[in-house]
Design a protein around this ligand. Structure first.
Ligand code: GEK
Length: 251
């Protein structure tokens, strides 16, 4: 029997179903194993955002350029980008610092029969060298980078982005208005309940993730993207407290 469980079929997320000791959430092997089910049932709009990443990539990918998926997990957004890139002269790179994710991601990439090669790197996205980029995706990854390190990462991304290129940035956000924060949080939890998570699962996951996933306001994101060097920033998708933005470098 192999030491590592490489099964990639649908596995139900029950990680927080029984009372457990409070520990910070980590992208370890147990999470990687249930990840497709976990993210689909936890992130409102995820199943819409993934196919739209293909559509957006198709619009912004340029021949002879590099495309990057930063925080690629099991490669859902990487594969969407792969299918959106119309040029065999592009190179596509997926990066994640979780070994368990990258190992499974290789498997998912191999199952997909698109001819464009994908190179996967297991490293911190803050260390990744970015050049000549037409499309960069941060699909629910920036929220895990310590807030004080986000500006320099976005400056690096904007500097590497070609004129006419774009960053797709999806994030969980928070709201300045306490009232709106409460309403949107309740709706998010209702979404999780409707997807079969119990109150115990919702509250244990929330406690595990609150020191690790730090949401910011939409205004803070927009301002920082502009300060980093993007010319245009727009929201192309929002469902409750989950948003996806497009940051564009002018031609
Ligand atoms: C998807 N984009 O399916 N460097 C590299 N990877 C990181 C870092 C870092 N500093 N911080 C976090 N990660 C994917 C979903 S999940 C979102 C992205 C979520 C990685 C981390 O290991 C995890 O795989 C991913 O970012 C975040 O479209 O779980 O809410």
């Amino acid at each position: 029997m192999s030491e590592v469980d490489r099964s990639v079929g649908p596995v139900t997320d029950r990680l927080f179903a029984t009372q457990r000791q409070l520990e910070d959430f980590r992208f370890d092997a147990a999470v990687a194993r249930v990840f497709p089910d976990m993210i689909r049932r936890s992130v409102p709009g995820y199943t819409t955002i993934i196919p739209m990443i293909e559509v957006i990539t198709e619009q912004y990918a340029q021949p002879g350029s590099n495309c990057y998926d930063l925080g690629c997990s099991l490669g859902a957004s990487t594969l969407a980008m792969r299918h959106g890139i119309a040029f065999d002269t592009c190179s596509l790179v997926g990066v994640d610092n979780s070994e368990a994710m990258v190992e499974r991601c290789e498997h998912y990439i191999a199952l997909d029969d698109h001819p464009l090669p994908v190179s996967l790197r297991c490293e911190d996205i803050q260390e990744t060298e970015l050049t000549n980029a037409s499309v960069i995706t941060l699909n629910f990854t920036l929220q895990f980078v310590p807030p004080e390190q986000r500006s320099s990462l976005l400056r690096k991304i904007a500097t590497a982005t070609l004129p006419g290129g774009a960053l797709i940035l999806s994030e969980k956000i928070r709201f300045d208005s306490e009232d709106e924060q409460a309403i949107q949080t309740r709706l998010h939890h209702e979404f999780k309940r409707a997807n079969g998570y119990s109150d115990l699962e919702i509250s244990q996951k929330r406690s595990a993730i609150e020191q690790v996933l730090i949401p910011e306001t939409l205004d803070a994101h927009k301002q920082r993207l502009k300060d980093a060097g993007f010319d245009r920033v727009l929201v192309w998708y929002q469902c409750f407290n989950f948003v996806s933005m497009l940051a564009i470098k002018a031609d």
